[in-house]
Design a protein around this ligand. Structure first.
Ligand code: PAF
Length: 279
């Protein structure tokens, strides 16, 4: 593994490399990230993994400060991969200017997570734009756990970097079903077990929706149940996979998305599913 910190060094290493596969991360790597790295390795000989905790996408300085950072452990984990370039730029390399770009994102960026984290997706697209422009990768792998992020990155890339292929990697879960997330490290052992209840509720809603129950009322019941367990649920919604808009009774390719705060930690999750007859 090669580790570089400056734009000059990464450019030098990538000189004449054409088929770059890229995995952007904010570090505190877990099995979910490693599955994205494996996917990148399976499609390219030149794989870049970036670790950069991007201040532009955090809504509060408290959340930014408490975001788990484990650079030494991350480097150790990635050392097992031979042909990998780890890019760990510092803040000044990435944000030499002190201005924030405002991107023209589709309205869905202000819905779901965007409703509760104003400006978050503008911050995500800011760093993605910078990294895409710096690395000019051929493929980029994002986890499906951040479902709305993946949708907005695809939309952004389609219009601004049409040659870059955006690939979604499946969500990796622990034995209780909890989606792997860097934020899981903020839980005590006991709370970690109960954090899987969001996924269990989403699964329960999907199963009942598939058997024809009224979606609105099952969602309401499950939100009430989670709240009784100490969750502060931001939203649980069923949307169309194609554009994340609200489905009609005719739509069959669906995704359930949920976000909530449990013991002070914000978690999100989603499950794709199919209902009724395809159109
Ligand atoms: O999903 C993440 O970890 C971040 O949002 C990303 C894509 C690395 C951008 O900072």
């Amino acid at each position: 593994m090669d580790k570089v910190e400056t734009i000059r060094d990464i450019h030098e290493l990538l000189l004449n490399k054409e088929n770059i596969a890229f995995v952007p991360t904010m570090g505190n790597l877990h099995e979910g990230h490693l599955s994205l790295v494996d996917k990148a390795i399976s499609i390219s000989k030149t794989v870049v993994v970036s670790i950069f905790v991007n201040p532009a996408q955090f809504n509060s300085s408290k959340d930014l400060e408490s975001y788990p950072r484990t650079p030494d452990r991350d480097i150790k984990l990635l050392e097992q991969y031979k042909n990998l370039i780890l890019f760990m730029p510092n803040l000044k390399e990435i944000y030499p200017e002190h201005t924030n770009n405002l991107y023209d994102l589709p309205p869905i960026s202000n819905d779901l997570c965007g409703k509760f984290r104003p400006g978050h997706f503008n911050g995500v697209i800011t760093i993605i734009d910078k990294l895409f422009n710096l690395l000019m990768p051929k493929s980029v792998i994002f986890g499906k756990k951040d479902y709305q992020q993946l949708f907005l990155v695809r939309h952004f890339a389609k219009h601004n970097y049409p040659k870059i292929k955006i690939i979604g990697g499946e969500t990796i879960r622990n034995k209780d079903g909890l989606a792997m997330s860097s934020r899981n490290n903020l839980f005590t052992k006991e709370n970690l077990i109960n954090a899987a209840n969001l996924y269990k509720a989403l699964q329960n809603i999907v199963n009942q929706a598939k058997s024809g129950h009224n979606k609105k009322s099952i969602i309401g019941d499950n939100i009430k149940h989670l709240e009784s367990l100490g969750w502060d649920i931001e939203y649980i919604e069923i949307r169309k996979i194609s554009d994340l808009s609200e489905p009609s009774y005719k739509d069959s390719q669906l995704v359930i998305l949920g976000a909530g705060i449990f013991k002070g930690v914000r978690l999100i999750d989603s499950i794709e599913f199919c209902i009724g007859q395809p159109n």
